[in-house]
Design a protein around this ligand. Sequence first.
Ligand code: AMP
Length: 249
Amino acid sequence: MKILVPVKRVVDYNVKVRVKADGTGVDIANVKMSMNPFDEIAIEEAVRLKEKGVATEVIAVSCGVAQCQETLRTAMAIGADRAILVQTEAELQPLAVAKLLAALVAKEQPGLVILGKQAIDDDANQTGQMLAALAKLPQATFASKVEVIEGRARVTREVDGGLETLSLSLPALVSTDLRLNEPRYVTLPNIMKAKKKPLDTVTPADLGVDVTPRLKTLKVAEPAARKAGIRVGSVAELVDKLRNEAKVI
Ligand code: AMP
């Protein structure tokens, strides 16, 4: 069974992003970029399934600019066997990515697609759900445990009231939550090995997909700055201020 793992190149989670002066977006020039953390968890899970003998091949896919190759090399250093870059300079919105991935699902016929529940840059939480619909795959989102038993995927999900367990026929799509696993540390020998693994490049046109954006960003603005706090001398003073100044009690 093949596992397809989409991985997105995003601004590193440690970077404090700045809004561009003209309000058209955030400034990503000279900013550290990394693999979306939920996608690292997805690759780790796919590699663990391969190590258990459940999967035979793990394929990482990234859609975007040429530099996404770095993200794909990291995926292969974690343990993916090969990678596909769908290269484009165009702005990619979740529906466009889902269409590109659906074309690759049709071509590669994976038994499982494991992807992040959301990308930390756009926080859309849409691509997996749209891909499941387009590729007609059963889906289990926000997985905290994935097992493959007797040709079915058994997925545990964290929901408000506790844990929900779903059984899905394969092929299926799973999106990862934070507690699914802790991705392994990428070692230097594995980074070196990853350089020799195959990385194919295709374009959206090769896959017959029109990636034209459907949504237009009107404006991006910084959140309002918080005012400095004050220190009160006693509980009585706090209660007085809450009652007479803030008027919240
Ligand atoms: P989103 O719907 O944008 O929050 O993204 C959810 C997941 O879809 C991510 O965690 C990735 O696994 C996948 N994804 C989104 N955009 C891309 C992309 N450009 N290339 C590869 N995978 C992507």
